[in-house]
Write a protein that binds this ligand. Sequence first.
Ligand code: FAD
Length: 374
Amino acid sequence: MSADRRVDVLVAGLGPGGCAAALAAHAQGLGTLAVEARGPQGTRAQLILVRPGAQAALRQLGLPDITEGRRTTTIRQVENRLRAALTAAVTAAGAAPPPPQSPHFSLCWRTSVAALDVGNDHVQVTLRDETTGALRHLQARHLIDATGGRLEALGRPPREAAGPSHWVITAEYTQPPWFEGIVGVRDRSTQELCLLFPTWGRRGVIAYLDALPGPGGDGLLLAQRFEAIAASLGLGPPLHPATAVDVFQRTLRQPSSDRVVPIGDAVGTVDVLTGNGASTAMEDAVQAVQAVAAAQRAGTAAAEAALTRMANEQVFARHRRAIGRGRLILAVRPVLERAWPAATLPHVGRDDVGPPPLLWPAVRLVFGRRPQAL
Ligand SMILES: Cc1cc2nc3c(=O)[nH]c(=O)nc-3n(C[C@H](O)[C@H](O)[C@H](O)COP(=O)(O)OP(=O)(O)OC[C@H]3O[C@@H](n4cnc5c(N)ncnc54)[C@H](O)[C@@H]3O)c2cc1C
């Protein structure tokens, strides 16, 4: 890449939000470069829900049924499906004759945004090749920040605390589930909640341990309890080491006011308990890119600036609504938790875990209807 290369849109980060943004930018005919700090293979085992709004956004991108008729899937599955679509689009764009007329579309894996300088009519970006350490520069008319908030370290406005934090431990196991649907167990004294989900095709189990929201918490201690619970349930060795995450609610104080358009977790964290973060990121992405495309076609610098501001405000407002739903679920967690069978953790047997009453009506209410398989 030459030092002065220009693109219409630089998508930074290829999680669910960034992948959807890159596909949407390509579909809008914008010259697009998408960069991802990690490699092309998704590895994250977290369960995600693809909500009806996200299914609709993905349909617009030519991905009518990413979950093959399921409501839930893993973040790995979604990332890998989206990344395969991206790779196919890059190949097709490269083959389209004559190249100068077709909008450029390319992907760089193991490449990070290392610095950025936002000007009036473009963003000057420094990219770092994570394999060689080499730096290169480009100008982007808009930058879609899909890094999950990591550009804060490069001087972008920080997200602020917006609610209580709570620890979540999660891991995936390859032993087929012995149970149907979703099962769980809670500890009355600690108010910890352990949930077990079958994975895609019932090939394994994803386990979550959620601690009560509140200040403090000890991730290491909770990770040890999680391992003891997994051993008691005979889940076997995890596919990857269990991940302990301090899920704290944070959000931007106000919409971005320049050419950097944050989406997904870069706007704010949507609480894990709603299973909604990835869906929200994908919905943000499609909305943001459509608005950025309209801004770039506006014709004057003033109109482009006004439409960019509007794009940021729209994404910010819809994302805040999703965050609000997450906070609501957190607020009623002590009540929801009582629906699960009780036992003393970590010493819990397979007979102790079970579904709560009215599981599926509740799932439909909170998470939306199951998508139609095509
Ligand atoms: C323990 C846990 C459980 C969760 N469970 C669920 C769930 O059940 N359901 C659900 O929907 N959500 C869940 N989430 C949240 C969900 O993972 C996020 O909301 C979702 O991944 C956000 O997507 P995103 O595209 O905004 O960002 P991310 O998925 O965070 O992707 C950001 C990407 O940017 C890349 N990146 C970072 N910095 C740079 C840089 N400088 N340059 C280039 N690339 C960069 C990263 O490598 C990453 O691939 C969970 C999260 C956690 C931590």
